[in-house]
Write a protein that binds this ligand. Structure first.
Ligand code: KIV
Ligand code: ZN
Length: 433
């Protein structure tokens, strides 16, 4: 996998270099059908849910949170449909969320009857503001709530032996909670579940709301990574949201700090400003030479599907996928890109200025999006005429012709496409006859 560099070839004299790097992809969990869905103006209907599920499977997700079946009849029915219609591939595990209340846990297990494998995901709030203002519970009561319901899930799982159950616990609002208390709850839950290195528990640390700079979250993750009990029997997961616009940074730093697993949504859908954008972080890894194990080779197909399911548009400047992200408006950029493309040989490291990724790797193209406007220079103009019409202009002609084009744009003030350029070229030099 030599197309992309593992790290930038720059060294800082006063720093250890390279610094900490992410060298392998994490385990991934998509929560598009749960956290993403619950934040939609119009939650997905069964048709859209199934389309999203099938797309997630096609991309390569092996763990998919499919809903909150005790909270919503639509989610319950969807889980039943996935199981009864045999929609879940053998190598994919579904995950469902539940609160720490007996009737809800019973209903959760009811939804999972007949599943081959499932993760039951229990959460309860642990932050001081929730304890004091919302729940009116002491620290001891919070620990007791988490432990009692973990033990209940363990017991109910033993009563449905046809399903291979795993367990995830989230101390909700971890990022706003005292570390010592988070450790106390997590250790107690781990003890109550009784994992082994072969059958690990998933401990998921959410930034339910992003409060701090991403390094602070990563420091908290690192502290948990170093201090929680039975670390060898724990998959340490993170679940960043994006309130400060730093969800991706928080997730990357958390991986460097010891996290094994990442939860998020495609293109960052989710509550408020969204969950971590899984496409963004996966392709960041890819452009650093780390295979993400997720397939975005037809990213527009993924975008169309997600836009249909979520009924929300993806922004034209969204990293890697937006309509404009392979567009170059600036003449000097176009010139540099053209030179780098001409110098590039098959098998070379990807080293095209202004294009951090080869658009072809995502099923996109650069050629189609180069544009000529009043900011462009001769590079873009000659590139378009060469790529679209096979006209190779000597350098002197490039300069002369770009001045003519500039004159046309000064008069009309509009953006020109390849066909317009061809017309001007034909008018000036009469190539048609
Ligand atoms: O953001 C959050 O805290 C959650 C939990 C339920 C994991 O979505
Ligand atoms: Zn969340």
């Amino acid at each position: 996998h030599l197309k992309y560099r593992a790290f930038a070839p720059i060294s800082l004299p006063d720093r250890r270099w390279p610094g900490v790097q992410i060298t392998q992809a994490p385990l991934w969990l998509s929560t598009d059908l749960r956290d993403g869905n619950q934040a939609l103006i119009e939650p997905m209907d069964p048709e859209r849910k199934l389309r999203m599920f099938q797309m997630l499977v096609k991309i390569g997700f092996k763990e998919i949170e499919v809903g909150f079946p005790s909270a919503s009849q639509t989610d319950f029915d969807f889980v039943r449909m996935l199981i009864e219609d045999g929609q879940i591939p053998d190598d994919v595990t579904i995950q469902v969320l539940t609160q720490a209340r007996q009737p809800l846990i019973e209903r959760t297990f009811e939804s999972l009857v007949g599943a081959k494998r499932a993760v039951v995901h229990l959460y309860n709030a642990v932050a001081p503001v929730m304890r004091r203002v919302v729940l009116g519970m002491t620290e001891d009561q919070i620990v007791d709530l988490a432990v009692t319901h973990t033990a209940m899930i363990r017991e109910m799982a033993a009563r449905q032996p046809e399903t291979d159950f795993r367990f995830e616990y989230s101390p909700e609002m971890f990022s706003g909670t005292e570390l010592a208390f988070s450790k106390r709850v997590v250790d107690a839950v781990t003890e109550a579940w009784g994992p082994t290195p072969e059958r690990k528990i998933i401990i998921n640390l959410p930034t339910t709301v992003e409060h701090s700079t991403p390094n602070v979250f990563a420091d908290m993750v690192e502290w948990m990574h170093r201090h929680i009990e039975r670390r060898e029997s724990v998959i340490l997961s993170v679940h960043p949201h994006n309130d400060r616009g730093t969800g991706t940074a928080a997730a990357e730093l958390a991986l460097m700090a010891g996290a094994d697993r990442i939860e998020g949504c495609l293109f960052g859908n989710g509550e408020r400003t969204g969950n971590l954008d899984l496409v963004n972080i996966a392709l960041n890894l890819y452009t650093q030479g780390v295979p993400p194990g997720l397939d975005f080779s037809d990213i527009d197909e993924v975008r169309r599907c997600v836009e249909h399911c979520n009924q929300l548009p993806v922004h034209p400047r969204h990293p890697y996928v937006g309509e404009l992200v392979y567009t170059s408006f600036s003449g000097s950029h176009q010139d540099a890109i053209k030179k780098a493309f001409s110098a590039r040989k098959e098998g070379d490291i990807w080293e095209i200025p202004y294009l951090p990724i080869d658009p072809k790797d995502l099923g996109r193209s650069y050629e189609a999006v180069i544009r000529v406007n009043s900011q462009s220079g001769k590079g873009g103009i000659s590139y378009l005429l060469e790529s679209e019409y096979g006209i190779e202009m000597p350098r002197r002609l490039q300069i002369e012709f770009s001045q003519i084009v500039q004159g046309v744009m000064d008069t009309h003030g509009k953006e020109l496409g390849a066909a317009d350029l061809w017309q001007i070229f034909d008018r000036e030099y009469g190539v048609k006859q």
